[in-house]
Design a protein around this ligand. Structure first.
Ligand SMILES: NC(=O)c1ccc[n+]([C@@H]2O[C@H](COP(=O)([O-])OP(=O)(O)OC[C@H]3O[C@@H](n4cnc5c(N)ncnc54)[C@H](O)[C@@H]3O)[C@@H](O)[C@H]2O)c1
Length: 352
């Protein structure tokens, strides 16, 4: 993406799982990145283990702190803002709804407010989630109803509304603002609590037992490279001045590739090369049985397509955790995976 080479990027949430991948991909594409985040949310952490901190301007800060955020954004004078910082976990949202709303909703408003005063910004990508929709078993399209039956999901629906509420205020600025909604993102280096892939990686390092809460739940599993490539394709179009991309975008796997939780577990343990003892713990809280994203808009208007089918995405993810467990250094491992993904994306004529 030539628009990103040399571009100044202000990335929030760069110490998290997707943020670290985004940072490493932006770096490979030649962007100059300032990261603004709280410290890495997990131990271990991809951000810390990979050493990518060396390749950016690292600002430790809270998105709820408007003066500090605005100052950092002004200092960076970005062309592009990518807002990923969030309280990103459903269970944590139930434990701390107010903290979740303040980070995910007010934090998003603060980023947009900062963007208004940093006059350099030409493009902004606001990362929400597939969970921003009113739950439905039908494939979800961008104009479907927003909603959410837990604080995390509701906070992401609210973030979408906050962005819409800012559109009129941003009309006089040059910034094209898009929201992006990806599915259940998988990839190496996620160590979050109560997420399937990190739980599997921890089981492989420990007692090889995994407890599943909703084994039959179908989700739009997708490799992190594909989600980020979608976000950056929108960003590149916005940087070119295409105001038409200033709207909501879904990025999910191909329709036939929405696996259930048990299917992911089987494929992960096969790719990792190790068996697991699987247990199911019945849950009292209801869970959406199937969440499917319709990404037709991104395919049609951006020419975006996933590089990975779900099988290959799980394989690359399991390989990352296995190599790390075998003692490979995480920084070079991340760089190698990204370089080979970028090469394959070029070879297949993809925009990245
Ligand atoms: N991982 C997924 O499957 C998935 C799916 C859809 C959407 N998302 C969204 O993508 C984004 C990144 O997700 P992730 O999986 O990398 O999450 P993560 O929990 O690994 O990282 C979250 C990041 O936000 C930062 N952060 C949290 N609260 C903050 C605050 N108050 N101020 C500043 N920084 C703060 C953390 O330090 C970290 O850098 C989030 O917006 C998340 O909601 C994730």
């Amino acid at each position: 993406l030539k628009e990103l080479a040399g571009a100044r990027v202000f990335l929030t949430g760069h110490t998290g799982f997707k943020g670290s991948w985004t940072l490493a991909i932006l770096r490979a594409l030649g962007a100059r990145v300032t990261g603004y985040s709280l410290p890495a949310p997990t131990t271990p952490s991809l951000f810390e283990e990979s050493g990518i901190r060396e390749h950016l301007e690292h600002v430790e800060g809270d998105v709820r702190d408007l003066p500090r955020l605005t100052e950092a954004m002004r200092d960076c004078a970005p062309d592009l803002v990518v807002h990923m910082a969030a309280q990103s976990l459903v269970l944590e949202g139930m434990a701390d709804p107010i903290g979740t709303y303040s980070t995910n909703v007010v934090g998003t408003a603060n980023v947009l407010e900062g963007l208004r005063s940093a006059r350099s910004v030409r493009a902004a990508i606001i990362v929400t989630s597939d969970k921003c929709y009113e739950p439905s078993v039908e494939p979800l399209r961008e104009d479907d109803r927003l909603g959410g039956h837990d604080p995390y999901a509701a906070s992401k629906a609210c973030a979408e509304i906050v962005v819409d509420g800012y559109r009129a205020l941003l009309a006089t600025s040059d910034a094209v603002v898009a929201t992006v909604r990806a599915g259940n993102v998988i990839g190496g280096g996620d160590w979050s609590a109560n997420r399937l892939i990190p739980d599997l990686a921890r089981a492989m390092l420990g007692d090889r037992r995994i407890v599943l809460r909703y084994p039959r739940a179908i989700r739009p599993w997708q490799h992190v490279f594909d989600a980020v490539s979608g976000y950056l394709q929108v960003a590149a179009r916005a940087l070119e001045g295409d105001a038409g991309v200033g709207k909501a975008w879904n990025f999910g796997p191909n329709p036939a590739e929405h696996l259930d939780v048990e299917g992911v577990v089987k494929r992960f343990s096969r790719s990792y090369g190790s068996d697991l003892d699987v247990m199911v713990e019945p849950q009292s809280l209801p869970e959406n049985p199937a969440l499917r994203l319709d990404s037709e808009l991104a395919r049609r208007e951006l020419g975006w397509a996933p590089l990975f089918d779900v099988e290959a995405g799980i394989e690359a993810t399991a390989a990352f955790y296995r190599r790390r467990a075998e003692g490979e250094a995480v920084g070079p491992l991340l760089t190698r995976q990204i370089d080979s993904m970028l090469e394959r994306a070029h070879a297949s004529g993809g925009a990245l």
